[in-house]
Write a protein that binds this ligand. Structure first.
Ligand code: PHE
Length: 496
């Protein structure tokens, strides 16, 4: 339909030069709806094939009654016609012949016009012929010959004619006028560039007024926002970030190098994810590996070791790392390979994996925040003092320590913080001084001490965003809208 209409407009313009009033357009002999005309003009206008201006005017339309009169004559004429010339018509019969309405309206008007008169109970003609002015006037209105004046006002008053607003259009040819309609390209394609057809292709004009779709930006996950905050604390304190992108690690770097015995329960498949393919690593530093083997099985550096048969196979097994301390160990070993010892402050915030049962507060993967300081002659006092400073940066004023056990630290301390909201001490991290059995096989000088600590990223994040179920933060049940809306975090208030 719209294509047909567009073609009609173009052909009419082609033959007539212009369209004075689209009200006169006929499609298959029918008047066309001017709203559809406007649609057609707009789409031709975008291509600059035509241009148009609106013609707003009031048009007269015959009402249903007006149309009846135009076809069959006015009520008064119909009454006159049934009164016989030279004879009479019983008044009582009139409505039966012309209908009640015509009888009622027509009689009065015919009396007024002095066409008929009442003689007792009968009607008689007063004139021999009449001129049905109303019918004629209505026919003139229909033909557009009568548009205003007293007659029109009377017709409107008699509800035979109504005024209706109408908009039609005056149409002229545009600069791209043609009698055929070309498809407009909306996008520049690779094919158009290759064939060179873009040079002549007709493009659809951009509609800069279109409302368009609101762009959906990406958003950092709340965990990543809190991670950024921790990173900036570490950077403020002069730490360097360790490359921590080794999700897959050998048992050697994750456990053995940390002086964790091979029969330790944490190395069980119940606690650790083992890789199937490839299942083992063959690229372990041989000289260092031999020293680790020795310290486990025989001891050294003042230690008797674990006194068991250390197996290379076990150390070569590939796993998903269970803590980021595997990377701290690797970085310390690298440091020990440098010709001169230099003090370092390292940190990382990255993902670790444990074969745990998933519940409201545990997932099989989570993030660890880990830091270490290596220098000559550090003491437990340095660790306690540093923890104080570090947690103050997170807005935690009160901390205390509890002796703990890790295979790779001695002494080891769990860190507790006082939670003002909960009014109790909550565990926030783990810390200690790496054992000589771990540091000396690497080749670090005897007086070098390493203080280290680790804490989870999820817990402070959940507290910060008021989430009680970890599955609202991570995984397939997490609401993406929450991720988008969550703001960045500042450790200006108490975090835990
Ligand atoms: N690796 C320990 C953990 O997984 C954290 C820790 C790091 C403890 C460094 C002491 C020293 O909980």
């Amino acid at each position: 339909m719209s294509e047909e209409l567009q073609l009609l407009i173009l052909r009419t313009l082609d033959t007539d030069g212009e369209i004075a009033d689209t009200g006169a357009l006929l499609l298959d002999g029918q008047e066309v709806d001017q709203l559809q005309v406007l649609g057609a003009l707009n789409s031709l206008g975008v291509r600059e094939m035509v241009s148009h201006t609106s013609l707003d005017r009031e048009r007269l339309h015959l009402t249903a009654e007006g149309e009846q009169i135009s076809l069959h004559g006015s009520h008064e004429a119909r009454v006159f016609n049934v009164v016989p010339s030279g004879g009479t018509l019983a008044l009582a019969n009139l409505a039966g012949i012309v209908g009640a309405e015509t009888a009622k309206i027509g009689q009065g008007q015919a009396f007024k016009n002095k066409w008929i008169k009442k003689d007792g109970a009968v009607l008689k003609r007063e004139v021999e012929s009449i001129h049905d002015k109303v019918r004629e006037e209505l026919q003139k209105v229909e033909r557009g010959e009568l548009n205003e004046g007293k007659e029109v006002a009377d017709l409107i008053k008699r509800k035979l004619v109504v005024k209706k607003k109408s908009t039609t259009y005056h149409v002229t040819k545009g600069p791209n006028f043609s009698t055929t309609i070309q498809r407009l390209a909306t996008d520049l394609t690779a094919e158009m560039i290759q064939s060179g057809s873009w040079r002549t292709a007709p493009f659809k004009k951009y509609n800069f007024a279109a409302a368009g779709l609101a762009p959906e930006g990406g958003a950092l996950h709340p965990l990543m926002k809190v991670r950024e905050e921790f990173r900036s604390i570490f950077f403020e304190l002069g730490f360097q970030e360790m490359p921590s992108n080794h999700f897959v690690e050998s048992s050697f770097w994750n456990f053995d190098a940390l002086f964790q015995p091979q029969q330790h329960p944490a190395r069980d498949a119940h606690d650790t994810f083992f890789l199937k393919d490839p299942a083992s690593s063959s690229s372990l530093p041989e000289e260092y590996l031999q020293k680790v083997k020795k310290v486990h099985s025989e001891g050294g550096y003042g230690s008797i070791g674990y006194q068991y048969d250390w197996k290379r196979d076990e150390a070569e097994k590939l796993i998903l790392r269970t803590h980021t301390t595997s990377r701290s160990t690797y970085m310390l070993w690298k440091l020990a390979q440098e010709p001169e010892f230099r003090p370092v402050k390292y940190f990382s915030v990255d993902r670790v994996f444990r074969n745990e049962t998933v519940d409201a507060t545990h997932l099989a993967e989570f993030h660890q925040i880990e830091g270490l300081i290596a220098d000559r002659g550090l003491t437990l006092g340095d660790l306690i003092g540093f923890m104080d400073q570090f947690f103050k940066k997170m807005g935690i004023e009160k901390i205390k320590f509890k002796p703990a056990y890790n295979p790779y630290t001695e002494p080891s301390m769990e860190v507790f913080a006082y939670h003002n909201g909960l009014n109790k001490w909550v565990e926030i991290g783990n810390s200690g001084m790496f054992r000589p059995e771990m540091l000396r096989p690497m080749g670090l000088p005897e007086d070098v001490r390493v203080i280290a600590w680790g804490l989870g990223l999820e817990r402070p994040t959940m507290i910060r965003y008021g989430i009680s179920n970890i599955r609202d933060l991570l995984g397939h049940k997490c609401n993406l809208d929450f991720i988008r809306r969550s703001g960045i975090v500042r450790f200006d208030k108490e975090l835990i």
